[in-house]
Write a protein that binds this ligand. Structure first.
Ligand code: COI
Length: 378
């Protein structure tokens, strides 16, 4: 925690937008293109600490061209969603996890850390002001994007003596243009997203920009995302914007749900953790999920493309899916790999034997139709 003043929610100043917009119909939304009427901004400097939080009309930032964020990518972000329940009440899903990860990313980039609960208070305040922007339509929500940038006006490389934390919000539907249909992946060996000792486990802007060119080249081949493969054994790590899960069946009828371990290269996703927790609660009997098999093993371990291909050939690959806040649960139907397409089984409408029951429980907890402590009222 900083020794200078921390974020102080009670000092918030509110400047209402004099020209509020009308939220567009949900079916016209393109992910992340529409923003609500207001934003939150909190300045920081090394001498006075966190300054007065301001909720004000959404609009341009004023930055000097020398600002460190523009030169050295001193920018981190979070992705969280606000959901509207049938009774109209709005809630966030496990926002404490986002606050924890935001601080961990800040620490990694030598940006200022803060009291996560204080920031969360302000985010809730912002959502309440713009709550009519939280869509009612199924599968739609309000994506909340906290961001923290270094704004020191000097081009030497070092920890910035000024920073700006801001939060913007965008009503969204499905992340992929294909809607909720399965996505195709291209197993990338030419580029890497993360390496041991690198920054893959943090939510830094710099982890995403280098993925755009590989993404563009696989889109030209007809695939929707990169599957980042690591090392000589081509270990599966992550997909462009999601964590990855693979489901195998064993000779004795056991089903194994696998995701790569948090070894420093994998982003500790909130949806990743939720999927693992729900599956483990089923196994332990804490909460059985209808449709999940009794003989289920949940593993965080390395998976290689060799293992995936062998399981596909043996009819023992049950399904694969990505998990992320933006993408929720996205089934995968093929992987372009070494000049061929590895075809991955999918359920009737995409979701498979494991992903469907987990997804049903997950979205129930997100939308509040299934009460749980993960749902935090706004
Ligand atoms: C999220 O799932 O919230 C993400 O951060 C992905 C984003 C890059 C669209």
């Amino acid at each position: 925690m900083p020794s200078t003043p921390d974020i102080q929610p009670h000092r918030v100043e509110i400047l209402r937008n004099a020209n509020p917009a009308t939220p567009p119909p949900a079916h016209t939304l393109v992910f992340g293109h529409t923003f609500t009427d207001h934003m939150l901004a909190i300045p920081w400097d090394a001498v006075s600490g966190w300054g007065t939080p301001e909720i004000k009309p959404y609009g341009p930032l004023q930055l000097e061209p020398s600002s460190t964020v523009l030169h050295y990518a001193q920018t981190i972000f979070e992705g969280m969603k606000a959901y509207r329940a049938e009774d109209g009440k709005v809630s966030l899903f496990r926002p404490d996890m986002n606050m924890k990860r935001f601080n961990s990313s800040a620490r990694r980039l030598a940006l200022p850390t803060f009291n996560g609960e204080a920031l969360l208070d302000l985010i809730k305040h912002l959502i309440r002001i713009d709550q009519h922007w939280v869509p009612k339509e199924p599968g739609h929500s309000l994506y909340v994007r906290p961001t923290l940038i270094g704004t020191q006006k000097a081009i030497g490389v070092g920890p910035p003596n000024e920073a700006l934390l801001f939060v913007i919000m965008s009503p969204v539907g499905p992340y992929y243009a294909s809607g909720f249909k399965p996505v195709s992946l291209y197993g990338t060996t030419e580029y890497v997203r993360a390496a041991p000792g690198g920054t893959g486990a943090y939510k830094l802007g710099v982890n995403y920009a280098p993925g755009v060119l590989p993404q563009k080249s696989v889109a030209a081949l007809g695939y929707s995302q990169n599957l980042w493969l690591h090392g000589p054994e081509h270990e599966l790590t992550e997909v462009g914007t999601m964590n990855m899960f693979v489901v195998f069946s064993k000779d004795d009828g056991t089903i194994e749900l696998v995701t790569p371990p948090l070894d420093g290269m994998i982003l500790p996703g909130v949806t990743r953790d939720s999927v693992l927790t729900l599956a483990r609660e089923h196994v332990s009997g804490k909460k059985r999920l209808q449709g999940l098999p009794d003989k289920l093993i949940v593993s965080e371990r390395t998976v290689t493309m060799k293992e995936v291909k062998a399981a596909v050939a043996a009819g023992q690959l049950v399904e694969m899916f990505g998990a992320g806040t933006a993408a929720v649960i996205s089934p995968v139907d093929r992987i372009g790999y070494m000049g061929e397409d590895v075809l991955i089984p999918t359920g009737e409408d995409g979701m498979g034997q494991i992903s469907r029951p987990v997804w049903v429980e997950l979205i129930g907890r997100q939308w509040g139709t299934i009460p749980s402590e993960w749902s935090v009222p706004v």
